[in-house]
Design a protein around this ligand. Structure first.
Ligand code: NAG
Ligand code: NAG
Length: 295
């Protein structure tokens, strides 16, 4: 309960953004009109069955055993899972892992676990393998990064609703305002979107690039957040699509989606990103949680 209470402030502002995104999605759907109705009738349903998958691997070059790291008395993976369970759009939540220790820990706090092979090269592949192993069929898969223990459930619901509201998109994700000090950090991925909230491009460089060559303090630059949801039919072909030139150049997997001509819906949320990438990040996140009275 304290988890929910302590974030009520950021949650309410998140909702503000999301409503905007959803209204936009509805407007797009309305504009697409008969075409959308036809597409829906053909598929017979709005992609309604949704599974949230939290991929977690033990081996990591930068941070061995990361999912199990203790954050104020709970393993990080448990914190992520607890947040995810609060999302209202998910029919099912599972942890997908290749590691018995992680699996055991997750079963211990009540999570459903799917064992995936060690050969999965990344989270998307792990999600795909987990999806194939699930007994039930799902229309949408949400890939929830295990290293964002403060993820708001509203953001998860937001990306799901965005994808459901945009039948022409196969993928949805979230962005937030980029802090000026992160403008030139290549580990912070920037995004530009069109007037209808579809992604145009993602880059490790600053986009758009101001003519002066300097960061424009007035421009609302967007930072990409790790959460993404996919149409489950698309997820099956996604890992097999051959790498594309822009994807390889930027080392950004999601560019493959755009380069192949698929549409990606983007919602803007109010979220302070606190990813845990290194052991040093744990201390940062703990002091932040103490500050905000999250236990
Ligand atoms: C670039 O940034 C400045 C502020 O630093 C802004 O006034 C200007 O409109 C931006 N665009 C161009 C083309 O200069
Ligand atoms: C993840 O693996 C798939 C291959 O299955 C590949 O197409 C994709 O680019 C990889 N993504 C990253 C970030 O390495």
């Amino acid at each position: 309960m304290s988890v929910c209470n302590s974030t009520s402030e950021s949650s309410s502002s998140t909702r503000g953004w999301l409503v905007h995104g959803l209204v936009l999605a509805a407007a797009v759907a309305a504009a697409a009109g008969a075409h959308v109705a036809l597409a829906l009738r053909r598929s017979g349903r709005l992609r309604s069955r949704v599974v949230g998958i939290i991929p977690a691997r033990f081996a990591s070059t930068r941070f061995e055993g990361k999912p199990l790291v203790d954050i104020l008395g709970k393993p990080m993976i448990q914190r992520t899972w607890e947040r995810t369970k609060l999302a209202s759009t998910l029919d099912h939540v599972v942890v997908a892992t290749d590691d018995e220790k992680i699996a055991e820990c997750c079963r211990g706090f009540g999570a459903d676990v799917i064992m995936t092979s060690e050969s999965c090269r990344n989270g998307t592949e792990r999600c795909n393998e987990a999806l194939q192993k699930l007994a039930k069929k799902y229309d949408i898969v949400v890939n929830i990064q295990g290293d964002e223990p403060l993820i708001e459930p509203e953001i998860i619901d937001g990306v799901v609703k965005a994808l459901q509201g945009a039948p022409d998109a196969v993928f949805s994700t979230a962005v937030t305002s980029l802090k000026p000090e992160d403008a030139l950090d290549p580990n912070r991925v920037k995004c530009v979107v069109n007037n209808h909230g579809y992604a145009i491009y993602f880059s490790r460089g600053l986009i758009p690039f101001n003519k002066s060559g300097k960061v424009n303090p007035q421009f609302p630059y967007l930072l990409h957040l790790g959460i993404q949801s996919y149409d489950s039919k698309f997820l099956k072909i996604y890992p097999e699509l051959p790498p594309t030139p822009l994807q390889l150049e930027e080392d950004l997997e999601q560019l493959k989606v755009l380069e192949n001509g698929y549409k990606m819906k983007v919602i803007k949320v109010d979220h302070d990103a606190h990813g845990v990438d290194t052991p040093e990040d744990v201390e940062k996140i703990e002091s932040l949680m103490r500050e905000r009275n999250i236990s």
